[in-house]
Design a protein around this ligand. Structure first.
Ligand code: ADP
Ligand code: MG
Length: 269
């Protein structure tokens, strides 16, 4: 099915991929907003937030901003929270630092992480940045403890800036009293909304170009239907756009209409 729609529209590769290469990321106003706040937080050595709904482009924006950091100057530690426990975070951090993560007490894990970060900062003269994706999954105890890892208290010149990305519930968790030491230090927040209709049109065209075509296959009704159906959220737009292309190819149509988008919508959530 995939092959035939690709041939039908003359795509050189799959459009609307879920894992765009860095060079294929569209530099939207939203992404620029994330980059500005990211740089600001790094300059101040303070925490920042990137929030938005599922599929709004948070991880992509974070990846884009992190990739701009010069590798000779910066070392970023990227963690994606899974279970959300503090031990998991410490183990993921150690793994990211290339260190052995076998069972140790919590205190030992923290000591080893701090030692390695101090080594990177003081001896290797690197600027270290901690990025936590899916931070809305973190348990409350993590928010209460993270700031000690970043050593805000003892050292006025903070040496571990932190960027947390997650859904809106991240804000609720940061409002708890235990999260206060961390929350009170946050200097910037980028909130990613769904794109508007013009942004959606540009986004769809961007992906068609990446697949090697210049023809705007989506007609106006299709753009509107994808925009409305996805709420401007890009992951959902990817699915609708791909599904609509497949439906149009099966019907041997040369352009994609709202009807094809509607057919695609019946197969996805
Ligand atoms: N700036 C962008 N350029 C190209 N594709 C993007 C961009 N932002 C998001 N996407 C697409 O949308 C999908 C969802 O984005 P993602 O960053 O995973 O969202 P989130 O982390 O908010 O759930 C990505 O897999 C990618 O295909
Ligand atoms: Mg994500």
């Amino acid at each position: 099915m995939t092959e035939s729609y690709r041939n039908y529209f003359g795509f050189q590769r799959e459009p609307f991929r879920s894992d765009p290469d860095l060079k294929d990321i569209l530099e939207t106003e939203q992404i620029k907003g994330v980059c500005h706040r990211f740089d600001y937080a790094l300059r101040l050595g303070a925490p920042a937030l990137v929030t938005g709904e599922i599929g709004s482009g948070k991880s992509t924006a974070l990846r884009y901003a992190a990739a701009k950091l010069h590798p000779a100057e910066y070392r970023y530690l990227w963690i994606t929270a899974v279970s959300g426990s503090i031990l998991e975070i410490y183990r993921l951090l150690l793994a990211e630092l290339g260190m052995e993560t076998a069972s140790h007490s919590r205190a030992t894990l923290v000591r080893r992480i701090k030692k390695e970060i101090i080594h990177l900062v003081s001896e290797k003269k690197m600027k270290v940045v901690l990025l936590i994706d899916e931070a809305s999954l973190l348990r409350l105890e993590v928010f209460a403890e993270l700031h000690t890892l970043c050593q805000f208290e003892q050292d006025s010149k903070a040496w571990l800036p932190l960027v947390l990305a997650g859904q809106g519930s991240l804000i609720d968790k940061l409002k708890y009293p235990g999260s206060r030491p961390l929350a009170s230090r946050i200097v910037a927040r980028a909130h990613l909304e769904g794109v508007d209709r013009t942004g959606m049109e540009a986004y769809l065209m961007h992906h068609l170009r990446l697949a090697g075509v210049e023809t705007p296959f989506f007609d106006d009704t299709a753009v509107t239907a994808i925009h409305q159906g996805s709420g401007g959220l890009l992951r959902s737009a990817n699915h609708l756009a791909r599904g609509a292309l497949i439906a149009a190819a099966q019907a041997k149509c040369t352009s994609v209409t709202a009807e094809h988008v509607r057919l695609a919508a019946t197969e996805i959530f």
